[in-house]
Ligand binder design. Sequence first.
Ligand code: 2AM
Ligand code: CA
Ligand code: CA
Ligand code: CA
Length: 270
Amino acid sequence: MEIYKFAQETILEAGRFIRRRMTEEFNINSKKNPNDLVTDVDKETESFLNDTIQKRYPEHRIVGEEGHGRDITDTEGVLWIVDPIDGTLNFVHQMENFAISVGIYIDGNPYAGLILDVMKGDLYHAAFEHGAYKNDQLLPDIEESHLASSLISTNTNWVIRDGINVPFIQVVRDARSTRSLGSAALEFVNVARGTSSAALFFRLHPWDFAGGAIILKEVGGLTTTLLGDELRLLDTNSIIAANRTIHGEIIEHFRKDEPFIKNHKAFHRL
Ligand code: 2AM
Ligand code: CA
Ligand code: CA
Ligand code: CA
């Protein structure tokens, strides 16, 4: 549990770094597409996480959204998968509703997941088979629910995207209603807290789901691809994070849609 404890201290320290740094000026740049932003704070926070971890554990390896560990292609040893700011658009536009996400895996097996809601100051964390916590409070197991009486989270980008949207539209129609927060890590947290019953994403990177999947599993939830397959830890995946009952109902929609399956396979092979 020494690494788990260290991870908690480190993510809290990184949160304090962001809160201090965001009161000063920082640059905002676009990545490949003009709506995909990255700031100096994303990069500096990832460097802070990387340097802090490497100083304490030189043999651990770190993969992060902003470039650390780009050459890592296997899951041997202790692997930290970090997103320094999940919800960068929220960080820029709202100055809230963003998180730091950390997933720690040992030889490819889940060890611990941590998500810090930076502005609320709430730390969600779980060690494998030791339960999930909001700060020092144990989270109860999530409740089972059916689509028709559930709130689900998804991004409207996928619902309007030709070629993949048919099952998304059906799921949105069948659900009680939808919500969209704009931070994948915090959407996982909402499912784990029971304020949302499912979160759907056509495409997430390892740093978006590595922490959340471990936290959700500790409260009895399930994370797979939208076709119900096990996640590949170092690849982009489609994602459903949900209670088991609604998970089964939702993946049925995706599994029976052949154009979706074709596009899914093509997209995720890229
Ligand atoms: P980010 O803020 O770390 O980039 C927003 O809907 C969620 O999707 C956030 O978790 C965001 O992570 C992630 N995201 C942003 N751009 C994305 C992209 N091009 N493909 C997939 N996920 C993305
Ligand atoms: Ca990003
Ligand atoms: Ca992210
Ligand atoms: Ca990010």
